[in-house]
Design a protein around this ligand. Structure first.
Ligand code: ATP
Ligand code: MG
Length: 502
């Protein structure tokens, strides 16, 4: 084999004959910066202790800047929350404890929430009520009292009794009645009020009643559709209520009224009422208020009968750590009756809280609120009005439903319903998303704006254990597993019936 001999280049040739070519000065070599990151081989470095694997790991590698990382991997960047309030369980991403303190979060500038309300969603049996009970119980140490605003399954009774409180049972034939048209504390001392304050209070009270009647009437059906409640109905109901309470006559002491009394007046209108509502004659009044009167009549003889149709008979001790209104006895009357009861209780409790003392901290729980929300758009609006109060009153509203589309009202997927649902969701800056079936994934994205990673967590990891939930605190998601103390687990146990069947 011949060896290829390299010839002399021009510089070398001239050098051999004594000529030196000028050289371009070379800049001094820059010291090499040490490499910050090294790209690891797919199976790891093949050295002892370096985690080499014989098979390649099924991972894909990504390169991005630290600006881009939180957008693709939102959980990596979630900042920690202050360690105040109820210690709920384990924050799976930091490995530390997760603390829930809604009012504290509103006050802390670094936490992106502006209201302390909570919406909890989850498939039946995933631990929504268990999480709610643990939250209420643990917040008691921080001075919070709890109002269970309707307990359709009587499942809060063990918790109440453990705290030495006997819950109120509401059912046909039982003595407890609640008048959703009660004045509440705003009706006290009316005689001593100046005209401006009396007017302000009247606006609040009549507004609350109107929203309630609208929700109740709108929950009734004509065939498949819900009964409409338009501006004319609004004028009629407001004028009738003003007349019944004596406000229209300028009385200094207002009289309490009831829904049957409202129906009765509309069925037997006075000339004054007909004139105030701008009808030409009683005949015209009758003709144009027929649907309204019939819907009220149906409620008075049906869902409200014996429960919400007379003056309140219970004396609620607002200083007790917890109060609850058990509704399981309404079960045989059907879901609609329970929903109507929840609507009445929601409005009533809102009235009771209208003059809360500063520092009177309360969690108002609306478990199974989907039963109210499925009564149609008007019932959703009434729920919405009850929730709005807390921004000013300082209560924490804790609403529990199955899935975000519950807020759309059953059979109403129109754009108005979606707009109302989205508005309602904004009233709760804190959302607890327990496990959901994959089929609900779409609406988590559409109504809550969850990205794919968060959605998969709710439909995947969340389904693998009770109490596992994604807590959305404003825009920040936290992957939290609520841990129950054995005593709490006993108080929150709701599988008795399933056990009995087994
Ligand atoms: N964090 C938790 N850890 C362990 N078990 C839990 C936890 N939370 C709830 N459970 C248990 O799971 C069962 C169902 O819980 P829970 O009643 O809270 O479900 P739910 O989501 O409210 O269901 P539903 O929609 O039917 O009301 C209960 O027996 C309860 O004891
Ligand atoms: Mg429950």
């Amino acid at each position: 084999m011949s060896k290829v001999r390299a010839g002399r280049d021009m510089t070398r040739l001239l050098h051999d004959f004594g000529h030196e070519l000028p050289r371009v000065p070379q800049p001094p070599a820059r010291p090499k910066e040490p490499r910050l990151f090294r790209h690891a081989p797919r199976r790891g470095t093949r050295r002892r202790g370096r985690g080499w694997a014989p098979a390649s790991a099924p991972v894909s590698s990504w390169r991005m800047t630290s600006d881009q990382a939180p957008a693709l991997w939102p959980f990596v960047a979630t900042p920690g929350l202050p360690a105040t309030g109820a210690q709920m369980g384990i924050d799976q991403l930091s490995g530390g404890s997760f603390f829930a303190d809604p009012l504290g979060w509103v006050l802390a500038d670094q936490v992106p929430v502006t209201n302390p309300n909570i919406f909890s969603f989850g498939k039946p049996g995933r631990g929504k009520s268990g999480t709610t009970k643990a939250f209420c119980l643990r917040m008691m140490d921080f001075g919070y009292r709890t109002l269970i605003c309707g307990d359709p399954k009587d499942e809060y009774e063990p918790l109440c009794r453990a705290l030495g409180v006997e819950p109120f049972a509401i059912g046909v034939g039982l003595p407890a009645r609640i008048n959703p048209l009660a004045f509440g504390p705003l009706g006290q001392g009316w005689t001593g009020l100046d005209a401006a304050e009396a007017q302000r209070r009247a606006a609040v009270v009549f507004g609350r009643w109107l929203t309630l009647v609208r929700g109740l009437v709108g929950s009734q059906r004509i065939g498949q559709a819900r009964v409409p409640f338009g501006p004319t109905d609004e004028v009629v109901v407001t004028n009738a209520l003003r007349q019944l309470t004596g406000y229209a006559q300028g009385q200094s002491q207002l009289a309490e009224t009831t829904i049957p009394a409202l129906w009765h007046l509309l069925d037997n209108p006075t000339n004054q009422l007909v004139a105030q509502c701008r009808y030409g004659s009683a005949r015209q009044f009758f003709d144009e208020t027929r649907t309204l009167r019939d819907a009220l009549g149906q409620l008075v003889s049906g869902a409200l009968a014996g429960l919400f149709d007379d003056r309140t008979t219970i004396e609620v001790d607002w200083d007790a750590p917890i109060q609850s209104l058990s509704l399981s006895r309404l079960d045989p009357l059907g879901d609609d009756a329970v929903g109507i009861a929840l609507t009445c209780l929601g409005s009533w409790s809102r009235g009771m809280r209208e003059l809360a003392q500063p520092g009177d901290l309360r969690i108002v729980v609306r478990d199974e609120s989907w039963k109210q929300l499925r009564l149609g758009t008007e019932a959703v609006k009434s729920f919405d009005a009850d929730l709005r109060l807390s921004r000013f009153g300082g209560d924490i509203q804790f609403a529990v439903a199955h899935k975000p589309s519950d807020l759309l009202g059953v059979g109403d997927a129109g754009s108005q319903a979606v707009a109302i649902a989205k508005d309602l969701l904004h009233l709760a800056d804190i959302k607890i998303l327990l496990g959901q079936d994959a089929a609900v994934g779409d609406e988590l994205e559409r109504l809550l704006g969850l990205g794919p990673i968060a959605r998969d967590l709710v439909t995947g990891w969340g389904m693998q254990g009770k109490g596992r939930a994604l807590w959305c605190v404003g825009e920040h998601p936290y992957k939290v597993a609520t841990v129950l103390h054995p005593l709490e687990a006993e108080l929150a146990y709701t599988n008795q019936n399933i056990d009995a069947a087994g």
